[in-house]
Design a protein around this ligand. Structure first.
Ligand SMILES: [Zn+2]
Length: 213
């Protein structure tokens, strides 16, 4: 499986702080989610909120990413509508994953995600072995999104979904896989976001202590 990630040096002047973060995030400080769930994680992380860099900034880039990751045949056209749906689904998934990090997902986010999922469309398909699987209803660029939704459903069944989280730092929200024993990880990496959050909490405490009365 090929994971398409930000390429170093291509992010331009905005890369500075976010670029460092990117490098740490992808230097293996946290291993990606297992199996196909790693692909869904990669999909969410195609939008790097730290650098503002979006690897899927257009239908052509979405087509390239989906074919490179085995989600779409090369001869399938990705339309503007597919792309808009993909972008909405990606942020919808990020919202759902924030629940695994302890956040409450708002009703509007849930409705937005459900609307995306309905437009993507999945159906139950039986095989001759009696097994059931979920497959995209429609032909075209939507197929790739259907496969990602199917991966999400399967991950909920096998228990891996709950470990896929988004970083609690508001500017970051990077998707990471929590392998800790008690599922307590809150940040993409301690170096990048965890220490920053702790330093901020420390400063806040100092201010409260210093405040008169
Ligand atoms: Zn982070």
């Amino acid at each position: 499986m090929l994971m398409v990630v930000d390429s170093p040096g291509a992010a331009g002047p905005r890369a500075s702080r976010g670029g460092e973060l990117m490098a740490r995030q992808e230097s293996g400080e946290r291993a990606p989610a297992p199996g196909a769930l790693g692909l869904l994680q990669g999909f969410v992380n195609t939008n790097n909120l730290n650098t503002g860099r979006d690897l899927l900034a257009g239908p052509g880039l979405l087509a390239g990413w989906a074919t490179a990751n085995g989600l779409l045949r090369r001869d399938v056209e990705v339309t503007e509508e597919d792309w808009l749906l993909a972008v909405a689904l990606r942020e919808g998934l990020r919202e759902l994953l924030s629940a695994n990090s302890g956040a409450r997902v708002g009703l509007r986010s849930v409705q937005g995600f459900n609307d995306c999922a309905r437009r993507v469309g999945l159906q139950t398909v039986a095989g001759r072995d009696g097994g059931l699987r979920l497959e995209p209803v429609r032909e075209g660029g939507h197929q790739a999104l259907g496969q990602l939704l199917s991966i999400a459903v399967m991950a909920q069944l096998d228990g891996t979904w709950a470990r896929l989280k988004v970083c609690r730092q508001e500017h970051c929200r990077w998707a990471f896989y929590d392998r800790s024993k008690n599922r307590s990880a809150a940040w993409c990496t301690m170096a990048a976001c965890g220490s920053r959050a702790k330093a901020r909490a420390y400063r806040r405490r100092q201010r409260v202590l210093a405040a008169p009365g």
